[in-house]
Design a protein. Structure first.
Length: 453
């Protein structure tokens, strides 16, 4: 084992996704717990692609943690960060054994970096002489052995800022959790491009010191499919003209009376329209009174028009754009491809999915090419948001096929839960060659999921 976890914070929705949705998805198997007096939001990336996670602190506490597969006596990793350096308390990353903090790397309000015994208020074993500026992105890395008098070293932007030996254990000799913790009212920190290694195996067993970046891609075509269409959604029924709805309605749903807080309203079409692939459409609604709606994110891609309810849906309405993005969707049937149901970010669960009930069935998808040509590809993670819906025991593989070689990577035969959760498998080398990935090899590979048993 070498790669323990990687996270680009790219699959919890677009930038400005609101806290309630982000919290639910963080708790959906990828992270063990997202809680505390804090709000979570998805923001623009700290590197060149994807998104980042912002933690807005209102009190000092453990707010987000990841429980690892087993215990480790040495932890190696890195993360990109940016802090406003506000608040009176330090904030940072803690390493814990079942909730007991062994040690913590803190980003201090002065901009200096410290390694502390125990939690974020613990005794500093070492503090950097160099500092970071508020709201500037940097890459922090570490190699820490856990114990009463154990070795440690910390790097900032590829440069060692301190090393030594000390009490990195706080009575612990191993850890099994990574925590984000600390901070007081007014503190916000953004995180991106996280990796965690141990020191075993032939690859990915040492600090990278190369300013690494995690690029997340979603399927854009079927490769070979054996799963069945379950459900799909239309997230955007007017015709579209230059980004606004125009013309007469294509179809009108049945009137629905009454609302219940946090309950989905469904309006059925008596004659569902046939839609064309890659064509933009709009879903509209009209109400006869004021209602409060759940907003899916902080963007303003919606539109509205003034109309009398008794007149019905307007024809050629004069639209006011720049409106909030509400959680409105249409259920679709008759989709001829599988990738369309699984490329939604964030994953919507039972309203867009594919399924299989027979052992050996496999769905593989193509992905867009990398946006840049990297010098090194350290690992490739295949991740899926998966649940088991039938009786009995099932296991799945997250698969990667390169050339003629199709494998389950580092975590084959996983058992999904009966509720949706993130599952992953890592491919440190190209299965077709047995050596490090090349950009060409990765761009031509396909991946997906298989019912292993």
């Amino acid at each position: 084992m070498a790669v323990l976890f990687i996270e680009g914070f790219d699959k919890y929705g677009p930038a400005n996704t609101v806290s309630a949705n982000v919290t639910a998805l963080l708790n959906d198997g990828e992270w063990t717990n997202a809680s505390g007096a804090i709000s979570y939001s998805i923001v623009a990336p700290l590197s060149s692609t994807g998104q980042a996670l912002q933690l807005n602190y209102t009190t000092g506490s453990v707010v987000l943690y990841k429980t690892l597969a087993t215990t480790y006596s040495r932890i190696i990793g890195g993360i990109r960060f940016s802090s406003n350096l506000a608040g009176s308390a330090n904030a940072g990353l803690g390493f814990a054994s079942s909730g007991t903090q062994a040690c913590t790397i803190t980003i201090n309000s002065t901009g200096a970096i410290s390694l502390r015994t125990g939690t974020y208020t613990g005794t500093a074993l070492a503090t950097s002489s160099s500092t970071v500026s508020a709201n500037s992105a940097h890459y922090l890395e570490w190699d820490i052995t856990i114990g009463a008098s154990s070795a440690y070293q910390v790097w900032l932007d590829g440069v060692s800022v301190f090393s030594g030996t000390g009490n990195t254990g706080n009575s612990q000799t191993t850890i099994n959790q990574l925590n984000f913790l600390g901070g007081t009212i007014g503190t916000n920190i953004q995180y991106d491009d996280l990796y965690l290694f141990d020191n075993t195996g032939g690859t990915n067993n040492a600090v990278l010191n190369t300013n690494p970046r995690i690029e997340t891609q979603f399927p854009n075509a079927d490769s070979s499919v054996q799963f069945s269409f379950g459900a799909a959604i239309l997230g955007q029924v007017y015709a579209d003209s230059a980004g606004s709805p125009t013309g007469s309605t294509l179809v009108t749903g049945a009137e629905v009376t009454g609302t219940t807080a946090n309950a989905t309203l469904v309006s059925a079409f008596s004659s569902p329209p046939t839609l064309s692939a890659s064509t933009a459409y709009w879903l509209g609604f009209i109400t006869d009174t004021f209602v409060q709606l759940n907003q899916v994110d902080g963007t303003t891609t919606g539109a509205k028009a003034t109309n009398t309810y008794g007149s019905g849906p307007p024809t050629n309405p004069t639209m006011t754009t720049g409106q909030p993005s509400w959680i409105i969707y249409g259920n679709m049937t008759g989709i001829a491809v599988d990738w369309y149901e699984v490329d939604v970010n964030p994953p919507p669960g039972d309203i867009s999915y594919v399924y299989a009930s027979s052992s050996g069935y496999e769905d593989l998808y193509s992905f867009p090419a990398l946006t840049t040509t990297p010098n090194n590809i350290y690992t490739v993670a295949v991740k899926g948001n998966i649940k088991k819906s039938d009786t009995g025991t099932r296991t799945i593989d997250l698969r990667m096929k390169s050339g003629g070689t199709d494998t389950g990577g580092s975590n084959p035969g996983q058992t999904p839960a009966t509720t949706y959760g993130w599952m992953d498998s890592f491919f440190d080398t190209d299965p077709n060659t047995g050596v490090a990935w090349t950009p060409t090899g990765l761009n031509s590979a396909v991946s997906g999921v298989k019912v292993a048993s």
